[in-house]
Design a protein around this ligand. Sequence first.
Ligand SMILES: NC(=O)c1ccc[n+]([C@@H]2O[C@H](COP(=O)([O-])OP(=O)(O)OC[C@H]3O[C@@H](n4cnc5c(N)ncnc54)[C@H](O)[C@@H]3O)[C@@H](O)[C@H]2O)c1
Length: 431
Amino acid sequence: MSTLTVVGAGYVGLVTTACMAELGHSIVAMDLDEEKIRVLSEGGVPIYEPGLADLIAKNRERIQFTTDPVFAYRAGEFIFICVDTPPSHSGDADLSRIWQAVDNLPPDEGEHVLVTKSTVPVGTGAAVQAELAARGYAHIGYSSNPEFLREGSALQDFMFADRVVVGADDPAVADQVAALYRGLDCPVVKTDVASAEMIKYACNAFLATKISFINEIANVCEVTGADVSVVAHGMGLDHRIGPHFLQAGIGYGGSCFPKDVSALKQIAGNSGYHFQLLGAVIEVNELQKRRVIGKLKRLLGNELRGKRVALLGLSFKPNTDDIRQASSIVLAGRLEAEGAQVVAYDPLAMPQMQKLLPRVAYAASPMDALQGADACVLVTEWQEFLDLDWAQVKEVMREPIVIDGRNALDAAGLVGLGFTYEGVGTRTPRS
Ligand SMILES: NC(=O)c1ccc[n+]([C@@H]2O[C@H](COP(=O)([O-])OP(=O)(O)OC[C@H]3O[C@@H](n4cnc5c(N)ncnc54)[C@H](O)[C@@H]3O)[C@@H](O)[C@H]2O)c1
């Protein structure tokens, strides 16, 4: 078993920490954020991810948390870089934290392998290796080992991965990194660094394309009278297409898809290739978030000023507190711009959202949010919203209007209760 340094104790870093410790490795997890490390050292977990706190607690004796880069980097045979690579204003990935993590490497005689788990543009690994060589760190091996976990099911995704991708230009380094995953029952794709980096972007861009595709089909369904849920079912049974990522809705969000699609578009553009398809994928997604406004206007007499609109859900998907690039942000902003009174509820994401959207009213419960509302929009399909007593909801709303942004509610049931219901690309059932 090996000692791993994990740089960046965020979603990917903490899941890597917990799962690699579960596989038997010793971990030193380092973050520059002192508050995060304080919480972790005291037994807490600063993010919400189902099962994560328990898995860290279970393997606690093999895990150390620190803010000290020198101690952390010296401890690990393998240094896993799991820092964030957010979008910059140009749409390119901002690699400042990657370079900060590389710059923090202490002068050292020891053998290390630097493993980049963060999503980085193709060519980053080559640039990092050139920098290491220029600084006299030729003894440090390098591998790209992109992460494919999904927030909300991250532990499952790590421990039962579809595949592990290990990119290294030195086959011995690839073997060493692949060996760390011994215990997982999945194929290991060993390749060069550039191809590994591209696999990650290509996957996210393809999945985002699938979402924008089905959303456009949904929009055409709305004007032609077809029902996208039946269409998606019929499509998904074709094994060449598959059923996943064919749920129409109000657009994708999160910390990965928007930034990775835009970064891949820039990677291509910066290399002189115009990736036309991705431009459309991004535009469709932006428009999809805004279509809700048109539906609300149609149902509320073309005027949203002064109307109370309840948003159910703020996180970009259920079972996470992550609000990065969530559709709710654009939706709330557009509603505010129309003069609507926005009241929101989310089981986990309200503290973060309060900082971003201070003018939104945050309710103590879903029922409080719905009280007196002229319309409600299901933004995130948290189970507790699906389980609401909708007969009671009808009693407390001023107008029983539901826009189901995720096609997750029981449409026929709601119509039967007397609601005006609209999903995305679905035929509205008659009562
Ligand atoms: N979140 C996901 O679902 C997911 C899935 C696959 C891949 N990724 C990729 O993994 C990377 C990390 O994503 P995340 O969601 O875990 O980010 P995150 O923002 O949750 O965590 C990043 C952490 O790195 C820390 N950090 C930044 N610079 C540092 C430095 N120099 N030294 C030590 N710590 C530092 C930050 O304080 C933060 O705690 C990104 O490139 C992302 O695209 C994310």
